[in-house]
Design a binder for this molecule. Structure first.
Ligand SMILES: NC(=O)c1ccc[n+]([C@@H]2O[C@H](COP(=O)([O-])OP(=O)(O)OC[C@H]3O[C@@H](n4cnc5c(N)ncnc54)[C@H](O)[C@@H]3O)[C@@H](O)[C@H]2O)c1
Length: 466
């Protein structure tokens, strides 16, 4: 394989980013999907997801004629040497990963291949999936009375939505789980541009690679759930969680990342991957007590946010207008999968509230996800429009444009004065001085005032002493 040709099965967030970035590395790539609408859009030069920076890569590789899109996955498999499987692995009712799409892709590969292929599992999949993909392909080959060489490699993806292009091209590590030197060499060749940039490679078995992905996501989710619980304690004792997190993060063994409290984690990965890890371990007779608690703690955190809002209105939200700023699970994405807003907004509505909301990108997706509640939600033109006549404002997602609201304007538009900063974006004192009742997560006004450090803010302490 002098010039490796790459086929991608599943052109969602991961498949599209992988395909476009590998084309940008210089490979000829074909992205396939069973969703005809998606492929049609891509063929016409339209990206079906919001992902900053992706358009630039898309335009570049299209101009160079390095990317193609197709619904014909059989042809894609026949015409390419390395087949990346990037299909979804959504959660089932019991929390385990639904692997239907992975098995479908494996069967199609087994029914189609005629020459050596490297089949790469990039989807997040339970331990043992690479082995099962191998046996499905072998079964299909047996049905065809064909002997054909192939290898299955596990190559989990760690990109973050919103920063996907950067993460794909500047990963902390590339994990290659392979049982075969030939396949490993091909994978190294594909990722060689990263190796040249001194990105470390972890070469291991498929089983270890599969666990690395779940363990990494579960650990990050654990950090978030942990700091959320510490934040809840801070509220009870008038301590400032941001100072706690800052000081904790100064310890090199801990690191400051993923220590930001909020309304609970969401997205297409952490919730489903934590639940799946618990199931996988259980099926192997091993309990994951820590990760089980993380799943429960995260559910509780979302409901705690609802209680916080209700308590400000003595438990009665009947007829109250609540402004919700931000719907996606994090900024810079339109992805609504498992966003905390999907729990918090319906709960507010159930308690009698009417919601006015704005999100810079996620409103079309949110309208679909919150369809059952559409009578009680107004999707607004911008953040200020959303504040009209509101009794309370709730910042749910930390989009940059919500970080410096014109509070004079907000106050003039609102009826009430409750300000729930569920991402801790604001200085509590500043918001309080504008006439609002401020509530953050793990950060009360009292704690903030008590904790002002003489060296950091001598003028404020002097002012208060007068
Ligand atoms: N989204 C992320 O941030 C992220 C990050 C790392 C890993 N992952 C993992 O990557 C995998 C894909 O996630 P995603 O967010 O890209 O999912 P997605 O739902 O955005 O995309 C999956 C795509 O696969 C297509 N598909 C399903 N079956 C197919 C088949 N048989 N043939 C061709 N196409 C098929 C679907 O139509 C869809 O377009 C998941 O396992 C996920 O856990 C996701």
């Amino acid at each position: 394989m002098n010039t490796v040709k790459i086929g991608i099965i599943g052109t969602g967030y991961v498949g599209l980013v992988t395909g476009l970035c590998l084309a940008d590395f210089g490979f000829q790539v074909t992205c396939g999907d069973i969703n005809g609408g998606k492929i049609e859009k891509l063929d016409q030069g339209e990206i079906p997801i919001y992902e900053p920076g992706l358009e630039v890569v898309f335009d570049r590789v299209r101009k160079l004629d390095r990317i193609a899109f197709t619904c014909n996955c059989e042809e894609l498999i026949r015409n390419n040497d390395v087949i990346f499987v990037c299909v979804g692995t959504p959660p089932k009712e019991d929390g385990s990963a639904d692997l239907t799409y992975v098995w479908d892709a494996a069967r199609t590969i087994g029914r189609t291949i005629e020459s050596y292929k490297v089949v790469v599992d990039k989807s997040t999949v339970p331990v043992g999936t690479a082995a099962r993909v191998q046996s499905i392909i072998l079964d299909e080959l047996r049905n065809r009375n064909l002997v054909c060489d192939f290898d299955v490699v596990s190559n989990p993806e760690f990109l973050r939505e919103g920063k996907a292009v950067h993460d794909f091209t500047h990963p902390d590590r590339v994990v290659i789980g392979s049982n075969n030197d030939r396949a490993t060499a091909i994978m190294k060749k594909i990722y060689n541009p990263l190796k040249l940039n001194e990105v470390p490679f972890v070469i291991t078995t498929p089983e270890t690679a599969e666990i690395i992905k779940y363990a990494s996501n579960a650990f990050l989710a654990t950090k978030i759930a942990f700091i959320n619980e510490i934040a809840n304690l801070c509220e009870a004792v008038n301590a400032d969680v941001q100072k706690v997190a800052k000081a904790m993060g100064m310890d090199g063994r801990i690191s400051p990342k993923f220590l930001h409290p909020g309304p609970g984690f969401g997205g297409s990965c952490f919730p489903k991957d934590t639940r799946a890890l618990v199931r996988i371990a259980h099926e192997h007779g091993v309990e994951q007590l820590i990760v089980s608690s993380v799943v429960e703690s995260n559910e509780q955190q979302k409901l705690r946010m609802v209680r916080k809002i209700k308590e400000a209105f003595e438990g009665n939200l009947e007829g109250r207008i609540i402004t919700v700023l931000g719907l996606s699970f994090k900024p810079e994405t339109d992805d609504m999968r498992e966003s905390p807003s999907l729990v918090i907004i319906p709960e507010l509505i159930r308690a009698g509230a009417f919601v006015r909301t704005f999100d810079p990108q996620a409103m079309p997706e949110a309208m679909k996800a919150l369809k059952d509640h559409e009578k009680f939600i107004s999707y607004c033109e911008d953040e200020y429009d959303a504040c009209r006549n509101a009794h309370a404002i709730v910042i749910l997602t930390d989009w940059n444009q919500f970080r410096r609201l014109d509070l004079d304007k907000v106050a003039a538009l609102m009826k009430g004065r409750n300000f729930f900063d569920l991402r801790n974006l604001y200085d509590p004192e500043e918001v309080y001085n504008m006439g609002f009742q401020y509530e953050g997560v793990g950060k009360t006004l009292a704690a903030h005032l008590k904790g002002l450090d003489r060296q950091e803010h001598p003028e404020q302490l002097e002012f208060r002493a007068r």
